[in-house]
Design a protein around this ligand. Structure first.
Ligand code: AMP
Ligand code: GLY
Length: 423
């Protein structure tokens, strides 16, 4: 099979790494890819949002299967464009991707079908949003309806912060039209977990659980980021919790999407808050999480390509996925300054030494070769992923690999895995 992976992050490097190990993959391409991906796939310089360019490439290279990594092209309808041309892909249609692309759609769906989540209101006018806040507890969450690269969610500790958040999104239009509508949500307390299921429209297979670390700095302090590290499995998801999540969250959601006329295919990523043994949905995403995908691919033992293709063929009921019992742990290295302003072009040395360590994979995100020099060109740049017999063992290996890398322009958290270790 000739496979094209769309995207350029650590998630896509991990997917390329796993797909390249499949006996069925005869040729692997990535659009646009990154320096790490270029070692295992042929990178083509096409933007993830250039659906005409991607379609033309697929036709000219006779691509059999496209794996769409990020949310933006899914929400914009890349899977539909490919399907219309008879090209198979992994990822939902634009209609189904609304589950991530519109928080209002997602919340209304959950309300209609009784899927547990935070209480909420939807507003397209700032005064009405502010009036609603008067009736709530001090702590609330204000969210832009549309995609805002993970930055459209504002946790407010009192009403003044909430008013300011509404002004920021709606009046100052910090994220453009993503803030034409806002959601105001009840603030949920508890422990967060990422839960993934492959879906073919009708059937779902749960993947392993994972926990992300969203805050930029140690001790979960600092601003929120795309994710600074992850591990899998997440001890909070024991067998009983796993079954409960499938029964009250994943299966009803898949049925709801089919009933609404937009059956979901691809990977359904539920961000959950667990409190007193009860999971509630923070959000749904229509794609793999990053860095969560890196730990999932590190632990997956079955042929990932078979599973991804089965999502598009509607044959997931014939697939079994097996996992390593070991823990995988990813430490993200980011450019100094991230998630705020950062400079591009700093040189990274000694990756090979880290990559060569037993049980370690260095997945790239924002990297680029400048001649022979490997340079950092993004916020999140590397995902140092280690396998170990325990969380502590995986963590020790991952930081040993981090310490082998020579990159004064970057930083990482030093406490990835702390929740599991505290148990
Ligand atoms: P989202 O993009 O909707 O997942 O929100 C980003 C992050 O904000 C989540 O991972 C949570 O840490 C936090 N968050 C979102 N909604 C809520 C909520 N209703 N209560 C508490 N925290 C939340
Ligand atoms: N790591 C969280 C996300 O990909 O949304």
């Amino acid at each position: 099979m000739k496979v094209l992976v769309v995207g350029s992050g650590g998630r896509e490097h991990a997917l390329c790494w796993a797909i390249s190990r499949s006996a069925k993959c005869k040729k692997l391409y990535a659009a646009p890819g990154n320096a790490g991906i270029s070692q295992i796939a042929e990178c083509v310089d096409i933007s993830v949002m250039d659906d005409a360019g991607i379609l033309e490439f697929c036709k000219s290279e006779k691509i059999d299967f496209v794996v769409i990594g990020p949310e933006a092209p899914l929400v914009a309808g890349l899977a539909d464009v490919l399907a219309q041309a008879g090209i198979k892909s992994f990822g939902p249609s634009a209609d189904a991707a609304q589950i991530e692309g519109s928080k209002g759609f997602m919340k209304d769906l959950m309300a209609k079908y009784g899927i547990p989540t935070a209480a909420y209101g939807r507003f397209n006018e700032p005064d009405a949003a502010k009036e609603y806040i008067l009736r709530l507890e001090e702590k609330v969450v204000v969210k832009a309806d549309g995609l805002a690269a993970g930055k459209g969610v504002i946790l407010c500790h009192n009403k003044n912060e909430a008013y300011a958040a509404i002004d920021h999104l709606m009046t100052e239009r910090a994220f453009g039209f993503a803030g034409d509508e806002v959601l105001i949500e009840e603030f949920m307390e508890g422990e967060e977990v990422s839960f993934f299921a492959l879906v073919d429209g009708k059937h779902a297979i749960a993947l392993a659980s994972a926990q992300d670390h969203k805050a930029a700095f140690d001790g979960d302090t600092g601003p929120n980021t795309g994710g600074m590290g992850a591990y899998s499995p997440a001890p909070i998801v024991d067998a009983a919790m796993h079954d409960k999540i499938m029964e009250i969250v994943i299966n009803p959601t898949i049925k709801a999407m089919a009933d609404e006329g937009c059956p979901f295919t691809g990977v359904l990523f539920a961000g959950l808050m667990i409190s007193d043994g009860e999971p509630r949905v923070l959000e749904f995403n229509a794609r793999f999480g990053d860095p969560e995908c890196q730990v999932l691919m590190a632990r997956m033992q079955s042929d990932v390509l078979d599973a991804l293709v089965a999502c598009s063929d509607g044959t997931l009921d014939k697939i079994n996925i097996s996992w390593s019992d070991d823990t995988a742990l990813t430490v993200v290295m980011a450019t100094n300054g991230y998630p705020g302003h950062y400079d591009k072009g700093s040189e990274i040395k000694n990756i090979a030494a880290a990559d060569a360590m037993d049980g370690v994979n260095v997945f790239h995100a924002g990297t680029k070769y400048d001649g022979e020099r490997l340079t950092a060109v993004g916020g999140r740049v590397l995902g140092i992923t280690a396998m170990g017999k325990s969380v502590l063992n995986a963590q020790t290996k991952a930081y040993k690999a981090v310490d082998a890398i020579d990159w004064p322009g970057g930083f990482c958290r030093r406490d990835i895995g702390w929740r599991a270790l505290k148990r």
